[in-house]
Design a protein around this ligand. Sequence first.
Ligand code: ADP
Ligand code: ZN
Length: 626
Amino acid sequence: MFEFVSVSNLSPISILREVFGYDAFRGPQADIVGHVTAGGDALVLMPTGGGKSLCYQIPAIARQQAGHGVAIVISPLIALMHDQVGALHEAGVEAAFLNSTLSSEEASAVEKRLLRGDITLLYAAPERVTTPRFLAQLDALHARGALSLFAIDEAHCVSQWGHDFRPEYRALTVLHERYAGVPRLALTATADALTRADIVERLQLEEARQFVSSFDRPNIRYAIVEKKDATQQLLRFIMREHAGDAGIVYCQSRKKVEDIAQTLCEQGLTALPYHAGLDAKLRQTHQDRFLREEGIVMVATIAFGMGIDKPDVRFVAHLDMPKNIEGYYQETGRAGRDGLPADAWMAYGLQDVVNQRRMIDESPAGEEFKQVMRGKLDALLTLAEGSDCRRVRLLAYFGEASTPCGNCDNCLNPPAVWDGTDAARKLLSTIYRVQQASGISFGAGHIMDILRGKKTEKVAQFGHDGLSTFGIGAEFSELQLRGVLRQLIAMGALAVDAQAFNTLKLTDVSRAVLKGELPVSLRESVSTPAERKPRRDKAGARATPPAAAALDAAGQARFAALKAWRAEVAREHNLPAYVIFHDATLAAVAERCPRTLDDLGGISGMGVKKLEAYGAEVLRVCGGMA
Ligand code: ADP
Ligand code: ZN
């Protein structure tokens, strides 16, 4: 049962303030909470970090106070339920989970509490919810009007168009059929129209109200740099901008994950690998360390990240290009959930374009599906190659109009644009001549050597220095030509033959470029693309969270003391530190240096229960420092 019986029947806004310690709802939260609390069904589309959890947690508390019983939260992420429930306990809310990590004694204890009406929110995995045993318990609760709502988290798992299809989600229609009248709320961060329509149909939410938020994450700074020496570029980026910060580095292959993690460790960072090839226990250990310790860099394949609600991930870096904008946005969205400045950084190059194209071509899928995938890849390539605002393009992809953001690499350092049409024509005609002369195709390196007039062994061997195009592109740098090649491949004016050593082949579109009918416009390759001066005074100094960076020396000392105290408490409770207090809350405490519980209670993130449990301690830690 909810603990503040003395202040029962709180309104949603009072619950937000007293239980969670936040001042105001964000975006559409107020409308969603109002609608669901009143018993309506809803489909909520909100970007990662937008604040979906409160959309069901507050209605669950409000409805329980009004005598409607327990809320069932369906979540696919067994490994994270413990922390989510722990966070609710810290806020003074009775919550529990039922999943395969519990012993049968523990599970039956939870079931007893459930049937007694002692739980406000119960988290369960979809395969558990649809077992006859669990349904019988729900029946019993339903019979006495004690089911307050169903929240279906990560609802895109029901759709094969989403990126995490889980067949168990399909069985959730039983909820609607069996418990008509109990409000249902489906939530997802996947915005794509196809997936959305699929969720509505599969979960029979035709009557539900849809709440679509802006997908903008203004605190995330987007930057996409040209890959040169990706590992060194990554290292520089982390050392200059994010020394000591928690971050995620995405790589495509397991081997690369291992290699990069090792390299980062050799440079003195605490980096951990995560991929599906690691033993499940080790994966869990690495995930726990990432969540519980500070300043860990997780080097991972896309197997990592769903449901990770760590608020203080300061950067997400991509060393390989994802498949599409949905994936890119989902992954980068894991940065900066706390609303403080964060970076999304990607290095991409010719090889990425080639690899992604090849994976689509070689997949066993039907031609129609491949076309959809190619279209999605093209949208991402256009984003990477573009010289205009990244955010405008990202949001446009999700159907949202916006104006240049001032917080992406292209807005901050507008790149020069050059007309690559001439270079493109020279490249294509070289490929054409080589093919004619030798009867076979060659790869990008050799073609560029001919164009730039480099007499390599291979050039001599094939007599390609005798071609009319030999050396006609001597004025272009290799970097520029690589940019042109990327664009041509992205445009479909060049094909890469994966079966034949990645050789380059002309296509139907090539002719239009050769004739000068299709212009090729390119961003200027800068030698140090999109790097900016370090945010911190001493490069490499251990970073403090951005909000804390503004503190004076005494404030910094208080902040450090508060963090040390928090780490202690988190360890005792076996929870991640941010579940006790976010960095932003501690930074605010350190800044204001409150003297009384009343002062402390006004700080964001300081709910009634936390004030009661920790207020005196926090004042003591602060006072001891003053
Ligand atoms: P999502 O599930 O949509 O990715 P979360 O529910 O994890 O996002 O919320 C992201 C972060 O924002 C959390 O740390 C949460 O505490 C915080 N948050 C959510 N709503 C508010 C609010 N109204 N005021 C302040 N912080 C909020
Ligand atoms: Zn911008």
